[in-house]
Design a protein. Structure first.
Length: 139
């Protein structure tokens, strides 16, 4: 039975999968990270990623179109929104690690969080990574 709406935000859903869940005229919302600009090699190495892992905003629209979806108006995070998200993510992780100091894995977890902060603030993530909510209708 198809659904009227299929949503995947920062998850494993793809436009093709979401399109398969709704009938013609059904709605899809796909939320995913994207490259605001092409990432450089040092950032990719720090992320453990490759250029094909994310698309540009235009590439996201193309993926939806290839799945038979008609795009609405994308909603993208502002730089201030993205900064607040990254800062909250790192701050929460550091607080958790401090509250579990001495426990197995806490030191490794703290280093992972701090590496994430460096990737964003010092190694080119800021201004390269973005996040978009892509509304579509199945054609």
């Amino acid at each position: 039975m198809p659904y009227d709406l299929a949503i995947s935000i920062g998850s494993v859903g793809t436009p093709a999968l979401l399109a398969s869940l709704v009938p013609r005229g059904g709605a899809v919302v796909w939320g995913e990270g994207y490259w605001q600009r092409q990432p450089d090699s040092p950032l990719l190495a720090a992320l453990g990623a490759d250029r094909d892992e994310l698309a540009s905003l235009e590439g996201m629209l193309a993926r939806g179109a290839a799945a038979g979806l008609v795009p609405g108006r994308p909603v993208t995070s502002s730089q201030a929104d993205w900064d607040a998200y990254e800062d909250a993510w790192a701050d929460n992780g550091e607080r958790f690690a401090a509250g579990h100091a001495g426990e197995p894995g806490a030191g490794e977890f703290l280093e992972w969080i701090r590496a994430g902060r460096r990737r964003y603030r010092e190694q080119g993530g800021r201004g390269t990574l973005g996040f978009a909510l892509m509304p579509f209708t199945r054609g």
